[in-house]
Design a protein around this ligand. Structure first.
Ligand SMILES: [Zn+2]
Length: 387
């Protein structure tokens, strides 16, 4: 199975309880006409939706200890689902562009109003519903207003505010919980070891638990994005390290600002914004935290994975980190509003300001006085501040 395939099919360990809870709810209340599942990109929500669809279509679902009914995995319905050829199940996704078009919703409507062919119910997944254009959204609304009694639509969304309010209001809403950090890190580490494209020796040098933890946070607890970033290019270090390295080098004057901006501008802009946001929130938090300023511990300062973050923490004035963070939020808003602000100009201006914000007292440049355990908990808290 390819990684993309796994992401679409593999039920993540921390989604098992969610599946069970939703299946139990619907055994009592009947399957909803429409369900809206919200979670970040790469969270595995398509795989969860497929498992829920199997539970709905299975002919002989098995009772679970909590009262949920889950697919047996062996009946004809389940076999058809596993073979991707169940006639009462469809996944609607953008075809040749980034949007779901009105024609696709028309075929969904036909699907919704014809009788099931081999099961008692039908299930359609919209992946993602954020990709509905206005026309398609309005067409979907008609189906949602008068749904057939034997159909369930599962809308997947990264950000439900992007959906039409009238569409949102007609769906049962469920936000997927985030996994525990330790559980997620273990899972990522396990996939890296078992995967075909397992870490190269270059990777092994830098794949310290601290880095994996930092990446999990920077990618907003998204297991598949974290894995993708770790595997993106077997010969290069993870992009988060490149970002931290470039920022630290520019602040300390070891790298030219324009060259630094060019390096950063090569990262896909949405990913860059996520990573920068995490870096500045972490720096800000670590500078604030009293725990982070306590007893010296060289372990982390010597850790090659996060030393550049330490450099930023110790060599920047706290106002500089805060200013960088605020500027980034403003830039991201412009970007999200589709105003196409210039990425290189923004980066150059930011790096320039950061260099001006370098501390010039005797504390600057000293190794970080941070215990690893405090450091990790501070990282976690910095992420919670962002929520
Ligand atoms: Zn079955």
């Amino acid at each position: 199975m390819s990684e993309n395939d796994s992401a679409a099919r593999l039920l993540l360990p921390w989604h098992k309880a969610v599946r069970s809870e939703l299946s139990r709810r619907w055994r009592d209340q009947g399957w909803p006409a429409a369900l809206l599942l919200e979670a970040v990109r790469g969270s595995g929500k398509l795989a969860l939706a497929r498992h829920l669809a199997m539970d709905a279509l299975c002919a002989e679902p098995v009772s679970q200890p909590n009262g949920a009914l889950q697919a047996c995995g062996a009946c004809r319905q389940c076999l058809l689902m596993n073979a991707d050829s169940h006639p009462d199940f469809i996944v609607i996704a953008p075809a040749d562009s980034r949007v779901i078009k009105v024609d696709q919703i028309r075929s969904l409507t036909d699907f919704a109003y014809t009788r099931p062919q081999v099961s008692k119910r039908k299930v359609a997944i919209l992946d993602p519903a954020d990709a509905l254009n206005l026309q398609a959204g309005n067409a979907l609304l008609k189906t949602l207003e008068e749904p057939g009694s034997d159909v369930t639509l599962i809308l997947l969304s990264e950000q439900r505010s992007r959906l039409l309010p009238t569409v949102r209001s007609r769906c049962q809403y469920f936000r997927l919980p985030k996994p525990a950090l330790a559980e997620l890190n273990d899972w990522v580490a396990g996939r890296l070891v078992s995967g075909k494209s397992a870490a190269t020796s270059k990777h092994d040098e830098v794949l310290l638990p601290e880095l994996v933890a930092a990446m999990t946070l920077a990618y907003q607890f998204s297991p598949w994005r974290t894995l993708e970033a770790l595997r993106a290019d077997g010969h290069q270090q993870p992009v988060l390290m490149t970002v931290m390295e470039t920022l630290a080098a520019c602040v300390e004057g070891r790298q030219d600002i324009f060259a630094g901006a060019q390096v950063l501008a090569k990262v896909p802009v949405e990913e860059l914004l996520d990573l920068l946001l995490w870096v500045w929130a972490s720096v800000f938090r670590l500078q604030l935290s009293e725990a982070a300023a306590s007893e010296a511990d060289q372990t982390l300062a010597q850790s090659s994975a996060l030393k550049d973050l330490q450099t930023l923490v110790t060599s920047l004035e706290s106002e500089a980190a805060e200013t960088a963070y605020q500027a980034l939020l403003a830039f991201r808003q412009q970007f999200n509003e589709g105003r196409n602000p210039s990425v290189p100009l923004f980066l150059e201006a930011s790096l320039m300001k950061l260099r001006e914000g370098r501390r010039n007292d005797e504390k600057a440049g000293k190794p970080a006085a941070v215990r690893p355990v405090d450091f990790l908990s501070a990282l976690t808290q910095s992420q919670q501040l962002l929520r």
